[in-house]
Design a protein around this ligand. Structure first.
Ligand code: FNR
Length: 186
């Protein structure tokens, strides 16, 4: 069997009990066999500052390397004030530099946004997509994934307790696998 596609999951929340992190972990249980999903952490990244480009922090270099090594990227994000959290934007900026050597370039990606509220972080989802266009990341368009009521989604074991949402996310990941095959670099 061909080797699994490595999917770097970027979780937009730094909160210890983050629903987005919970969801990222739960997705590993319902992902297609051909995908290996792993969280790449962003909380340790110093704030992007162009002055540091000459001598980049080790955490930046390691992060860029991990993104480069991935076949695809799956973003899981909450919404902060109708946009993405600063930590996520920082990770995007760190990965995008030095100029002309963006680690994101050409990587297939998907966006799943969540909120305890009903709108499923639609605003954050689409603000994120604006950056992904500029970063030249082919982004899965359908199905869209706005997960509302995320605070009630999980069972006691951390699994996706809602059957219909679990089915939807399994289908999302199956479509994402096909998307990576179609638009990926190898
Ligand atoms: C929020 N939250 C929020 N929710 C939403 O649906 N739209 C929004 O614009 C905001 N804005 C916002 C700003 C800030 C600064 C915080 C801290 C929170 C609520 C948010 O959805 C909720 O805290 C989630 O639980 C955050 O995701 P994690 O940390 O559980 O992954």
């Amino acid at each position: 069997m061909a080797s699994k596609k490595q999917v770097a999951m970027i979780v937009g929340s730094l909160r210890r009990d983050s629903y987005n992190r919970k969801l990222a972990l739960a997705l590993r249980d319902i992902a297609p066999e051909a995908l290996a999903l792993e969280i790449v952490e962003i909380g340790q990244l110093p704030l992007y500052n162009q002055d540091l480009d000459a001598e980049p922090p080790a955490a930046w270099l390691e992060f860029r390397q991990r993104i480069r090594a991935a076949d695809a990227v799956l973003f899981l994000t909450p919404e902060y004030n109708r946009s993405v959290p600063g930590a996520l934007k920082n990770a995007i900026d760190v990965g995008s530099r030095p100029y002309g050597q963006s680690a994101w370039s050409g990587k297939p990606c998907g966006v799943i946004s969540t909120s305890p509220g009903a709108l499923g972080a639609f605003g954050a989802n689409h603000h994120l997509r604006q950056s992904l266009v500029f970063l030249d990341m082919p982004c899965l368009q359908q199905p869209e994934a706005y997960i509302g009521g995320v605070d009630k989604l999980f069972d006691a074991q951390g699994g996706i307790g809602n059957e219909s949402t679990r089915g939807f996310l399994a289908k999302y990941l199956a479509t994402f696998e096909q998307w990576i095959a179609r638009t990926g670099q190898g």
